[in-house]
Design a binder for this molecule. Structure first.
Ligand SMILES: [Zn+2]
Length: 437
C-alpha cells in the first residue's frame, strides 16, 4: 500500500533545459514514504490502495519553492529598520539588537518564519543565523526542509568553529534527513583568511559545505581589492572555501573574472532581489552567471530587509530587474523564471538530484495551487500567471518529505496562534533588554 495519492490535478512540467513550460492535466501523483513514486494519468489506480487521498481537482501541482538564503528568525525584526543604508542598517539597527537575542527568541522566530514560508508554498530553506540548535528544533517540529548554518564572525570566541562544528555533527541528517547543515562564516569582510581556512578544514572533516555572504556590493569588491589585493570571490578561492560545496549569498559585485572562477567549482548564487532594491545595493549579474553555467537560486534574505518571506515576489522581482537592467523584455522568460525557482534553486540548495521536480524518485516536496481566483482569470497562460499573478494565499496544500504540512491552508504540525503570541511577547522583552543595556 502506498501512502499518499494526490488525485486528478494539473502538473507544471518544464523542459529539461528550462526553455518551455506546459501544464499537463488530469494527473495523479503517487507518493511512497518521502518519495514521489510516479506521476501518471488519472484513474489508473484504485484510491482504496492508499492510506491518504487528496482530491486535487482544479488544482495545479508544482515543486515547492526553495529559499536559498535567509535569516528566518529575523522575522522578529520585521519593519524595525527602514529607509537606511546597508552599513547603518547593520551597524546601528540589526547588530545591536541581535546581541540581546536568546535561543528562545530564535526558536519562536524560526517557527513563525517557517509558518509564513509554508503558507506561501516554500518547502525548503537554507538558513544562516545564530543559536541554530534552537532553529533546528523549530524546523524539526514545523516540518519544513532546511539546510542550517550557524553564523560565525572572526571576532567571536576562538572556540566558535568548534562549537558550530558540534552543531553540524549533531544535526546533519536529523529529522529523517530533512535537516542538513553547513558551516556558515558570515563573509570575507568579517572573517579573515586564517579564520576562513580553519572553517574549510572543519567543513572538510565534517563532510559538509559552506554557506557565506560574498561581494554583496561593488563597493565591497573594490574595498577587498584595495585591502587584500583580491576580490572577495578570489579570497574564497585562495582560502579553499570554494573547494567544498558552497552557497554564495548575493555576489552582486562579482566581476567577469569572478564568474570565470566560479565555473570551476560546485557552487551556486542565492539571489535576494527585494533586499537589493530596498537597500539600494547593486544587482547581481544573473544572466552572466547563468550563461556561464553557475546556477542562481531564489532567496528572500532576512525579513528585516525584505519584510516578507514571499519567494513568489523574489521570482517576480528577479525576472523584472534583469529585463529592466538590460532594457530587454526577452530576458528571463516565464519558463526560465520557473526553472530558476525550482530546478536551479534545488541545485543551489545542494539537492539538485532530489528536489525541484515532480518526477519519480524525487523527494515529495510539492505544493497544490488554487488558480480559480479572479487574478488568474481567464487563465490563458498558467505559467505566466505563476510568475506574475500568483498570490501566496493561492497555495492550498503543502507536502514536505511526503508529509502533509498544510492542508486547505491549515497548518497541521504546530499551533500558529501560539507562535504569533510568543513572538509578540518575546519581542517586547527583547526591546526591554536592548533598552536596559
Ligand atoms: Zn544574508
Amino acid at each position: 500500500m502506498s501512502d499518499l495519492l494526490i488525485k486528478n490535478c494539473s502538473v507544471l512540467q518544464l523542459a529539461r533545459d528550462g526553455s518551455s513550460a506546459e501544464v499537463l492535466t488530469d494527473r495523479d501523483i503517487l507518493v511512497r514514504g518521502n518519495t514521489i513514486e510516479t506521476v501518471q494519468p488519472t484513474n489508473l489506480v484504485n484510491q482504496s490502495h492508499f492510506r491518504t487521498c487528496i482530491n486535487a481537482n482544479g488544482m495545479l501541482a508544482m515543486p515547492g519553492l526553495i529559499n536559498t538564503h535567509a535569516h528566518v528568525p529575523m522575522v522578529l525584526f520585521r519593519g524595525l529598520a527602514e529607509d537606511v543604508s546597508l552599513e547603518r542598517w547593520l551597524n546601528n539597527c540589526i547588530w545591536p539588537i541581535e546581541r540581546h537575542l536568546t535561543p528562545e527568541d530564535v526558536y519562536w522566530g524560526m517557527l513563525l518564519g517557517a509558518i509564513e514560508m509554508i503558507e506561501a508554498g516554500v518547502t525548503a530553506v537554507a538558513d544562516h543565523y545564530f543559536y541554530m540548535d534552537s532553529a533546528a528544533e523549530a524546523v524539526e517540529k514545523v516540518g519544513i526542509r532546511a539546510n542550517l548554518g550557524w553564523a560565525m564572525f572572526d571576532w567571536m570566541d576562538n572556540s566558535i568553529i568548534e562549537q558550530t562544528s558540534a552543531f553540524v555533527s549533531q544535526w546533519q541528517g536529523a529529522a529523517c534527513g530533512r535537516i542538513r547543515t553547513m558551516m556558515a562564516p558570515h563573509a570575507p569582510y568579517t572573517c579573515n583568511d586564517d579564520f576562513l581556512r580553519a572553517t574549510v578544514r572543519a567543513a572538510e572533516k565534517l563532510g559538509v559545505g559552506i554557506h557565506i555572504h560574498v561581494s554583496e556590493t561593488k563597493q565591497q569588491t573594490q574595498a577587498s581589492r584595495q585591502s587584500r589585493g583580491l576580490t572577495p570571490i578570489q579570497v574564497l578561492e585562495r582560502t579553499g572555501v570554494l573547494s567544498v560545496p558552497t552557497i554564495l549569498a548575493h555576489a552582486c559585485g562579482a566581476l567577469p573574472e569572478d564568474i570565470e572562477i566560479l565555473t570551476k567549482y560546485r557552487t551556486g548564487i542565492a539571489h535576494a532581489p527585494k533586499t537589493y532594491l530596498k537597500l539600494g545595493m547593486d544587482i547581481a549579474p544573473v544572466t552572466e552567471f547563468r550563461q556561464a553555467g553557475v546556477p542562481v537560486g531564489l532567496a528572500t534574505d532576512g525579513v528585516a530587509s525584505n519584510n516578507t518571506l514571499n519567494l513568489w515576489e523574489s521570482m517576480r522581482l528577479l525576472a523584472m530587474m534583469q529585463k529592466f537592467l538590460q532594457r530587454a523584455p526577452e530576458v528571463l522568460s516565464v519558463p526560465e523564471a520557473l526553472y530558476l525557482a525550482t530546478v536551479e534553486s534545488a541545485c543551489v540548495f545542494g539537492q539538485g538530484e532530489q528536489l525541484g521536480k515532480l518526477s519519480s524518485g524525487y523527494l515529495a516536496d510539492l505544493i497544490l495551487l488554487d488558480l480559480e481566483g479572479v487574478h488568474h482569470q481567464p487563465n490563458h497562460n498558467i505559467p505566466a500567471n505563476l510568475v506574475y499573478s500568483l498570490r501566496p494565499e493561492d497555495v492550498q496544500t503543502v507536502i514536505i518529505d511526503g508529509q502533509i504540512v498544510m492542508r486547505s491552508r491549515q497548518i497541521l504540525t504546530v499551533d500558529k496562534t501560539e507562535a504569533i503570541k510568543r513572538v509578540r511577547s518575546n519581542l517586547n522583552r527583547l526591546a526591554l533588554r536592548q533598552k536596559e543595556s
